[in-house]
Design a protein around this ligand. Structure first.
Ligand code: NAP
Length: 296
């Protein structure tokens, strides 16, 4: 079997065109653009690059981007003040706090401060709590996990009743995607660094979500024939043949996996383009909710 390769780029382009049309409708209706506020603390090159990409994608879609850039030495109060300023700014409809924050900053306190109605990252404990509870719906779900769900549906995966294995349990990817799969009626197993014999779980999985951060960790012989595999991992590996001397690979060993599974995401170009798109989609949802509330 040769897998269908799930390409996130055309899916993201289609969705971004819909978001741009929605942003134009919003501007027509209210006379101002929807806005995303971004808090970036420090000068970590990867974080700065993610923030640049998010701001560029927003601006291309007609979503204004308002940045609070703070030095790495910032104190807790400085970061909290930046979030409070964006909470109070009526031109800001969504707030993104770029993680990780420097070690001296209490991340939980900062995320808890983000106004619930602007929590477009979906990391506020109330939104995550609603995701975990039966019969409750969060206003916003985190971007990368939501992107994984979009890709599963685009690949035609049957989620209800499926055996789904999530490898990784981080707050930003593994845990929320496991909760989203459970809400969509999959039977979910979460594996992590203390799980024994991960392959014994993945071999029975109809759906595998890999979010570990270890290159080529999941090999083809760990996977069930026909499974749908979403590879969130983005790992930089040396490659003297590449112009930059490195390239990005996923957590799944692409070559051995594609000979076994039914569908598999590209890395790069699989989940990544959907992450930013879902953040933009959440910002539009926030903008409409806030603007409608103001006119009531
Ligand atoms: P993270 O916070 O470092 O979490 C990694 C998870 O993997 C943890 O739950 C950890 O288990 C588990 N793990 C680590 N080593 C393992 C092992 N040997 N066996 C089994 N499980 C293991 O990482 P993250 O933020 O979730 O990111 C995961 C990957 O996704 C990274 O490559 C990251 O760059 C990528 N990512 C991509 C996007 C995108 O948009 N494409 C977005 C976010 C992240 P414990 O909990 O036991 O420590």
């Amino acid at each position: 079997m040769t897998a269908i390769i799930i390409d996130g780029v055309p899916i993201a382009e289609r969705l971004r065109a819909e978001i741009a049309a929605d942003a134009a409708r919003f501007k027509d209706a209210y006379g101002y653009s929807p806005g995303l506020g971004v808090v970036l603390v420090g000068d970590d090159p990867a974080s700065a690059q993610y923030v640049r990409m998010k701001r560029r994608a927003c601006e291309q879609a007609g979503i204004a981007s308002i940045a609070q850039l703070l030095p790495a030495t910032s104190a807790q109060d400085d970061v909290e003040a930046a979030v409070e300023a964006l909470n109070a700014d009526p031109t800001v409809h969504g707030i993104l706090v770029q993680l990780p924050l420097p070690p001296q900053i209490n991340e939980e306190r900062v995320l808890r401060l983000v106004s619930l109605e602007k929590d477009v990252d979906g990391f506020h404990p109330i939104n995550l709590g609603a995701l975990a509870m039966k019969g409750r719906e969060p206003t916003f779900t985190p971007a990368t996990p939501t992107g994984c769900m979009v890709l599963l549906r685009e690949a035609g995966a049957t989620i209800e009743g499926a055996n789904a294995v999530v490898v990784g349990r981080s707050n930003i990817v593994g845990l929320p995607v496991a909760l989203m799969l459970m809400k969509a009626n999959a039977t979910v197993t979460v594996c992590h660094s203390r799980t024994r014999e991960i392959a014994s779980y993945t071999r029975n999985a109809d759906i595998v979500i890999a979010a570990i951060g270890k290159p080529h960790f999941i090999r083809g012989d760990w996977l069930k024939p026909g499974a749908v595999v979403i590879d969130v991992g983005t790992n930089r590996v040396d490659d003297p043949t590449a112009e930059r001397g490195y390239r990005f690979v996923g957590d799944v060993d692409f070559e051995s996996a594609k000979a076994v599974v039914g569908a598999l995401t590209k890395v790069p170009g699989g989940v990544g383009p959907l992450t930013i798109t879902m953040l933009m989609s959440n910002t539009m949802k926030a903008a409409w909710l806030i603007a409608q509330k103001l006119t009531m």
